[in-house]
Design a protein around this ligand. Structure first.
Ligand code: ZN
Ligand code: ZN
Length: 358
C-alpha cells in the first residue's frame, strides 16, 4: 500500500505530490491514519517562504484530523476519528521525565518536519509513532475545528494557562492562534483587545464579537504575541504595566528581534515566557474548548476554504493571502468518497491518476 504525500522542494517552490510506501505491518504503538482534513499553519508558510529552513523532500503539514486505518496500539481502534500531538517523544530523557517539558524531548520527532515518509498531514495518510499522544475526536466536532485543535488551539490553551487574576490583556494578531487565545482569555474573565494589521482578519474578529485595541494609554497586564511580527510587538511595550507578563508564541523565525534591553525588563519587573510545541496534555483541553469557539461565529461555521490535496499549491497561495483564518486541504474533495473509504486501492488509484502536479 502507498500514500500520497506533498513534499517540500525548497523555499518559494511548489510542493510536490509523491507516492510513498506504507509499512506492510505496523510496529508496536504505531497507528496509521487516513487524513480527513489538514490545515495550513502559519509556521508552514514561514518555511515555504524561506524564513525558516527545512530538509528537501520533507512531507509537510502538522495540523489535521483523520480516521484510524490500522492500529498497533490497544487504546486506538480502526475507524476511530482522531487527532494527535505535534511531537513524538521518547518519554525517558530529562525533558520528558524530569522537567515536565516533553514538547522539548531530546529525541523529539515533529510531524511535518520528519523526512519524506508518511509523516505529515499534507497527504492521504500519516503514520503516528509510539510516543505520540492520540486523542479521539467527537464525530460532531466540526472538521475545521478538529483539524486545528492539535496546533493552534492546543498552543492557545497552554498560552493562556496559569495566569494571575484577570485584568486587561492585549492579543497581537487576529489569525487563528490570536483569536483562540482571545477567546480563551475572555472565557476566564480577562478583558481582551486585539491588534492586527490585516483588514480581512479584523473584520472576521469583529464579526465574532472580539474587541479591537481601543486605548493606547490604559495599561495591560498581559500581552500575548500571536502575530509573528516583531515590529507589531515592539510598538506595544509602552502599554505593558510594571509587573506585567509577555507571552511569546508567534515569532518562531529568525526575524524576531525583541528590541528590549535587560534594563527595560528589570526596571519594569516584566516576566517574559516563550511557548513552543505545547505540552501534550493541552490537546485534550483543546478538544473540550473547541465547541465554545464555534458558538461565537455566524452559521454556517467556516474558518476558511477547503482545497483538494491535488490543489495543495493553490491552497498555499490562498493561505499566503492572509485573508482567511485557515486554509484547509483534504484528499477527499475531488474523489468524492467518505474518509472511511480512503486507503482502499481503488481510491488511491483514483488519486494517483488525478495527480497533476509536475
Ligand atoms: Zn501549526
Ligand atoms: Zn524525551
Amino acid at each position: 500500500m502507498t500514500a500520497i504525500c506533498a513534499q517540500y522542494m525548497g523555499p518559494r517552490l511548489p510542493l510536490h505530490l509523491t507516492e510513498v510506501p506504507l509499512p506492510s505491518k505496523l510496529d508496536d504503538g504505531e497507528v496509521l491514519v487516513f487524513i480527513e482534513l489538514a490545515a495550513i499553519c502559519g509556521s508552514d508558510l514561514h518555511t515555504l517562504s524561506g524564513t525558516r529552513s527545512e530538509r528537501i523532500h520533507t512531507t509537510m503539514g502538522h495540523e489535521g484530523v483523520g480516521r484510524v486505518a490500522q492500529s498497533a496500539r490497544n487504546t486506538v481502534r480502526v475507524g476511530d476519528r482522531v487527532t494527535w500531538s505535534l511531537v513524538d517523544i521518547c518519554g525517558t530523557c530529562p525533558a520528558c521525565d524530569v522537567y515536565d517539558l516533553p514538547q522539548k524531548c531530546q529525541n523529539v520527532r515533529k510531524y511535518g518536519h520528519d523526512g519524506p515518509g508518511p509523516s505529515g498531514t499534507y497527504g492521504t495518510h500519516i503514520l503516528l509513532q509510539k510516543g505520540t499522544m492520540i486523542q479521539s475526536v467527537p464525530i460532531k466536532l466540526h472538521p475545521q475545528l478538529a483539524a486545528t485543535a492539535n496546533c493552534a488551539l492546543a498552543t492557545a490553551c497552554q498560552l493562556t494557562a496559569d495566569l494571575p487574576r484577570p485584568e486587561r490583556a492585549l492579543v497581537l494578531g487576529a489569525g487563528l492562534l490570536g483569536l483562540y487565545c482571545a477567546h480563551l482569555l475572555e472565557s476566564i474573565g480577562w478583558e481582551v483587545e486585539i491588534l492586527e494589521k490585516s483588514d480581512a482578519r479584523l473584520r472576521t474578529a469583529l464579526s465574532a464579537g472580539f474587541k479591537l485595541l481601543s486605548s493606547t494609554t490604559d495599561a495591560v497586564g498581559l500581552i500575548v504575541e500571536a502575530a509573528g511580527s516583531s515590529e507589531l510587538l515592539q510598538c506595544t511595550y509602552p502599554l505593558l504595566r510594571p509587573g506585567g507578563e509577555l507571552r511569546l508564541a508567534g515569532l518562531v523565525h529568525p526575524e524576531s528581534q525583541l528590541g528590549l534591553s535587560a534594563e527595560d525588563i528589570i526596571r519594569r519587573c516584566w516576566t517574559i515566557r516563550g511557548y513552543h510545541n505545547y505540552h501534550p496534555i493541552y490537546l485534550e483541553t483543546a478538544l473540550q474548548t473547541a465547541p465554545s469557539f464555534q458558538a461565537r461565529f455566524p452559521k454556517p461555521f467556516e474558518l476558511g476554504p477547503v482545497f483538494s490535496l491535488l490543489e495543495i499549491n493553490e491552497a498555499i497561495e490562498a493561505a499566503n493571502s492572509r485573508s482567511h483564518l485557515r486554509v484547509f486541504v483534504t484528499p477527499e474533495t475531488k474523489v468524492g468518497v467518505p474518509s472511511v473509504m480512503l486507503g482502499t486501492p481503488k481510491v488511491l488509484g483514483a488519486l494517483n491518476s488525478l495527480e497533476s502536479t509536475p
